[in-house]
Design a binder for this molecule. Structure first.
Ligand code: FMN
Length: 278
């Protein structure tokens, strides 16, 4: 389910330029005298009429204060005032006017929020995160991430994988030193999760654990949490330290926490044609 907020305007082309070029929205659907824009999961449309309807408030929200500062710099000429912290609502925000004189708000939340990413955005924006804020992951958010991860596919629905949550700083430091720079991100996060599997429960337990781990990476990002697949953790000393039976498999140990901005850009991908072979 989703929805669209519609407003009337008498200058659709000017609004098109404002929301596409200056605010950075995407054109979702063009129906001629009605255009619908998208900003993350927000769909909002304008329909051409004789008079503008300026009721309501469009609020665009971002991940960080730095993002709000950046959009403020580009909209400074139409901003009402610079961004400020609003303690009551725990938001950092500013107001601006669009070409109709409509008030629009740009903000970030100063507290963890429930998920809002669309499926496409979730898949396209997940990144390997190696720098984290100190903020702890709320227990309820962690529970939701692990709960969603239960829905990973497994061979014959055998569900042979399990998670080990690691919050002890000494253990995180130990794990971060197992593979030089490659494992270093583990110590930068407030916690880590080992995704393991039991060979007794499935012949395909390695594939099952890897898929479950990727499910976890996506579920974490759904809640704004960063992860990074750290490889080569299936080691004797790591299993001993984490009290994991030597016969079990560790797909990965991922750090888990809120990303420290700026988010890394996506490393370049090959063209689609190169992934498809005749
Ligand atoms: C099997 C596998 C092993 C990886 N091992 C490591 C690792 O040991 N350390 C690390 O920092 N990143 C590791 N990564 C993350 C990759 O470097 C990263 O996915 C890749 O550069 C693409 O970037 P993106 O995840 O931001 O799209 C690994 C990823 C995969 C899938």
């Amino acid at each position: 389910m989703s929805g669209i907020v519609f407003l009337r305007t008498s200058r659709i082309d000017t609004l098109r330029d404002f929301y596409l070029d200056r605010v950075g929205c995407q054109l979702w659907l063009d129906q001629g005298d009605c255009v619908i824009f998208r900003h993350g999961n927000l769909l909002f449309g304008f329909c051409e009429r004789d008079e503008s309807d300026r009721q309501g408030l469009l609020t665009f929200f971002y991940d960080t204060q730095a993002d709000v500062d950046a959009i403020y710099r580009s909209l400074q000429s139409v901003a009402v005032s610079p961004p400020v912290m609003n303690e009551k609502y725990r938001i950092y925000h500013f107001f601006a006017h669009d070409p109709d004189g409509r008030q629009v708000e740009f903000q970030t939340f100063d507290h963890p929020i429930d998920s809002y990413l669309s499926g496409e955005t979730l898949l396209l924006t997940r990144r390997s995160i190696r720098q984290f804020k100190r903020a702890e992951v709320p227990a309820e958010i962690l529970r939701q991430v692990l709960d969603i991860s239960r829905f990973a596919p497994t061979s014959r629905n055998s569900q042979p994988y399990y998670f080990k949550v690691i919050g002890d700083r000494e253990t995180l430091r130990f794990l971060s030193q197992t593979r030089g720079g490659s494992s270093a991100p583990i110590a930068c996060a407030p916690m880590a999760v080992a995704v393991c599997s039991d060979p007794e429960l499935s012949k395909r337990h390695i594939q099952d654990a890897c898929i479950a781990a990727y499910h976890l990476l996506l579920a974490a990002w759904f809640y704004g949490l960063g992860t990074c697949w750290i490889a080569a953790m299936d080691r004797q000393d790591v299993k001993t330290r984490l009290d994991i039976p030597q016969s079990h498999y560790i797909a990965t140990i991922t750090p888990l926490g809120y990303p420290d901005p700026p988010l890394p850009a996506a490393p370049p991908r090959k063209e689609l044609a190169e992934f498809i072979r005749e």
